[in-house]
Design a protein around this ligand. Structure first.
Ligand code: TXA
Ligand code: MG
Length: 317
């Protein structure tokens, strides 16, 4: 990957306009929220979202949180249960992320949800994050803006130290107040604690009037999310490292091979990552019972692609 000149933008109107423009062009822009700095990309742009994983060096495709300016924008992407409405009313904007059923036709990249039919969404309580979301005018996917396995950043300087040269820009909005990631609650439909975070569990339970179900560790362990049983796998049986399809198999190609579906004919790992979940869904739609997959180089984003494919190929219960 060629090094980028990471711009440090001010949080005034001109800085936010520049940041929104970079997002619209498919660039990566880190920005402050009240919890930690997020690494933002246009949530509807597959390639931009793939670049998040590449910049962070994430070895697997964790689903990402989508940031929105308000509840109304959130309602257009997800189905809200009455409990979810109550929590959003009480705590948004704020350090609460809700995992809800994704609406059909939301336009959100499948790489954001890692192929799941649920979406994590949050309305941040930070004037700079709010300003950027409004200037951009669409959903912004953003994990914490640190290299995979490193500490979450709470200042612009932390972001440039970790990701400088790998992202287009960071908006400098000073220190994050909370300094801890958001609390994640699944509402599918029973309110369940998926990750402890900046908003105390007690406050959430007081609002609901009953205890949360607990599923800690299911989502916050860097290895665990991809292992969630609900994680998307195609219906067909998957065979990896295949030079060609055997009779009865459909080849999911990579690079210059003859295949009905190809992750990236030019062998570009960022393109391959951006198309992975879409291609797996397409194979399902074709009724593929046996899927052969071309070898994928095991470096950079290839590691995350191979991780996902190995899970898809693993024996199923
Ligand atoms: O405070 C925060 O939440 C920060 C700021 C930037 O908003 N963001 C953040 O994102 O911490 P990240 O990517 O580091 O953590 C997202 C977590 C992951 O553990 C992921 O597994 C979980 O959210 N997650 C996302 N979508 C999910 C889904 N559909 N179901 C279950 N867990 C999900
Ligand atoms: Mg993180």
């Amino acid at each position: 990957m060629t090094a980028l000149q990471t711009e440090v933008l001010s949080s005034d109107a001109a800085g936010l306009a520049r940041a929104a423009c970079l997002l619209a062009e498919g660039g990566l822009v880190a920005f402050p929220t009240e919890t930690v700095y997020g690494l933002g990309a246009d949530a509807c742009n597959d390639l931009a979202v793939a670049k998040i994983y590449e910049a962070k060096g994430r070895p697997s495709f964790n689903p990402l949180i989508v940031h929105l300016p308000d509840l109304e924008a959130a309602r257009s992407l997800c189905e809200f249960t009455p409990d979810a409405e109550r929590l959003a009313d009480a705590f948004w904007p704020g350090a609460l992320t809700l995992v809800l059923p994704l609406r059909q036709g939301s336009g959100v990249s499948r790489l954001v949800t890692a192929g799941l039919d649920t979406l994590a969404i949050r309305v941040p309580d930070h004037p700079v994050a709010q300003g950027l979301l409004r200037a951009f005018g669409g959903p912004v996917a953003a994990p914490s803006a640190n290299p995979s396995g490193k500490i979450s950043p709470t200042r612009a300087a932390h972001v440039t130290a970790g990701l400088g040269g790998r992202i287009e820009a960071v908006v400098d909005g000073g220190n994050c107040g909370v300094g801890l990631e958001s609390t994640i609650i699944g509402c599918l439909p029973r309110p369940t604690l998926l990750r402890a975070g900046g908003l105390p569990e007690e406050a959430i339970e007081a609002c609901l009037g009953y205890p949360l179900a607990q599923s800690l560790g299911a989502t916050d362990n860097p290895v665990a999310p991809g292992q969630l049983e609900s994680h998307y796998a195609p219906a067909g049986k998957v065979r990896l490292d295949a030079d060609r399809a055997q009779p009865g198999e459909i080849l999911l190609g990579f690079g210059p091979v003859v295949a009905p579906i190809n992750l990236s004919p030019s062998g570009d790992l960022v393109e391959a990552a951006s198309r992975l979940f879409g291609c797996l869904h397409e194979l399902d739609a074709m009724g593929a019972e046996r899927i052969a997959v071309s070898p994928i180089p095991d470096h950079g984003l290839g590691r995350a692609i191979n991780d996902r494919l190995r899970r898809a190929a693993a024996p199923r219960p």
